[in-house]
Design a protein around this ligand. Sequence first.
Ligand SMILES: NS(=O)(=O)c1ccc(C(=O)NCc2ccc(F)cc2F)cc1
Length: 260
Amino acid sequence: GHDWGYGVEDGPSLWHQNYPIAEGSRQSPIDILPQTASHDPSLGPIALKYDQCTSINIANNGHSVVVEFEDSDDRSVIQGGPLDNPYRLKQFHFHWGGKGCRGSEHTVEGHSYASELHLVHWNAVKYETFGEAATAPDGLAVLGIFLETGDDHRWLHTITDALYMVKFKGSVTNFKSFNPKCLLPSSLHYWTYLGSLTTPPLHESVTWIVLKEPIAVSEKQMSKFRMLLFTGEEEDQRMRMENNFRPPQPLKGRKVRSSN
Ligand SMILES: NS(=O)(=O)c1ccc(C(=O)NCc2ccc(F)cc2F)cc1
């Protein structure tokens, strides 16, 4: 397909050339304004049923580092909150900045965090495949978790210790039985709104659920993400993987709701 990236020649401001939906009416990420978000008492708590979680591998896809899950049944789902069905966990990945810089995609009153974790789920009740769900307005649910630098995160080590094995674009390695439940903050309070994938093809198919409470990770752990490369082993121009985030997009009249 088309090539896109985060550089001067292929970055977010140019994506609309190959993906006109980039200028659509429900694009992500957005800047979240907590005071403007409407507190909706009908919004129940979200439930993450990840107990039979089965991660398969960890890969460098040239845009981020992705942990894929077995999604042939409903063993790992998110449900409740704004969702009418359980949504099946497919993968999680991260977006981050350069050293000491901000790298989250969603921002909160203009404040961005060091990084943002996306747990990607699809509506397997209504759709046959992830691909089909990814083009449907109620097809995907992505849980966003902010990472801020501070103390070491005890469980993130499992991921950062594996990153050296997927340094180059196109590399993949075994990554079994990792349960992302260990990456959740203590509170599941959230904001929710209707948006899109934050990378091409930018499909407007995502119910976003962004947790209010960030998790803390150390600068040393963040630095390990930055040793990944956008480029493949065979390429001579090595490009460090960092600043792989899309900036906030126009709200275009959308309402952001807040759980309590
Ligand atoms: N950052 S984010 O959480 O918004 C996000 C989540 C998933 C994807 C994705 O799966 N892309 C590849 C892809 C693969 C198959 C398909 F049918 C559609 C499709 F976009 C892209 C962005």
